[in-house]
Design a protein around this ligand. Sequence first.
Ligand SMILES: NC(=O)c1ccc[n+]([C@@H]2O[C@H](COP(=O)([O-])OP(=O)(O)OC[C@H]3O[C@@H](n4cnc5c(N)ncnc54)[C@H](OP(=O)(O)O)[C@@H]3O)[C@@H](O)[C@H]2O)c1
Length: 288
Amino acid sequence: MTSEMTKTAGVMGWPLSHSLSPRLHGYWINRYGLNADYVDRPVKPEDLEGLLRRLPAECLQKGEVFRGTNLTIPLKETVMDFVDILDRSASRIGAVNTIVMGENGEMVGRNTDGIGFMDSMNEHPDVAALHGGTAVLIGAGGAARAVAVALVDMGFTKILMTNRTRERAEALATHIGETVDVINWQERSECLADADFVVNTTSLGMSGQPPLELPLDHLKAAAIVTDIIYAPQQTDLLKAATSRGNETVEGIGMLLHQAKAGFEAWFGTRPEVDAGLRSHVLEGLKSK
Ligand SMILES: NC(=O)c1ccc[n+]([C@@H]2O[C@H](COP(=O)([O-])OP(=O)(O)OC[C@H]3O[C@@H](n4cnc5c(N)ncnc54)[C@H](OP(=O)(O)O)[C@@H]3O)[C@@H](O)[C@H]2O)c1
């Protein structure tokens, strides 16, 4: 690799029209004046391995160095079968959202969603003060796996997990360990009485999806509520929590913070999440 070569990374998924990642990374590339490129590459699961194996040579022919990629739906699990190295974050979460090419051309699979969630919460000092408390985790899908690991790392000593499909919650609870109790989906509202922190990781409440039905009557006034959905920026859950005086945290922060580790590993610059980035990415949401 020579210093003049453009470093290239990007995002792969199927379909990809919803991704805000090119806008996000493009902002940082401009801001730091890097000789780098971040492109979206739509790819079906069955074509993923072939593309990843071809890209380093194809990029070199164009005078570029392929540094790795982000992965989004539905590729985060597919790729686990053939990356050369799975780091601890990916094996704990059970999915890969970032590939970084190693010095000898090996593909290293990482997962930055958990740390992204944690870094976003750490912007709020009141959340850090909940160490030792109880969290209610709504959902048990792909994103919930990363959030559950983050909740353990944030020091919650009890996690009450509730999901429409109970078996999925039980499987995740077994993976995470004794900290997690599974609560029936029908009892999701009642269990809020024990919560210091509530996080929605289902797709309910996202633009175009059904609403999340979650009366907040039992919620303590001091409990903090977050939603990892960022479209809309203020979900009905966050609006309902705010209107009864609970502190809330928006989902966009997780998206911004999860991107930092990949950017640094590919391009060698540790980027910052600031107000300019936040408004640039939120502006992009309007056209989605
Ligand atoms: N802020 C961020 O950076 C970030 C990162 C990742 C994801 N997200 C957002 O998180 C959300 C979930 O993503 P994901 O990848 O985890 O999706 P996923 O793996 O498909 O999981 C979807 C979850 O929603 C539940 N669900 C879906 N429809 C439901 C319904 N009608 N009634 C009850 N529960 C329902 C599922 O329950 P079942 O198990 O019963 O199907 C499951 O718990 C999406 O809105 C995504 O945009 C945000």
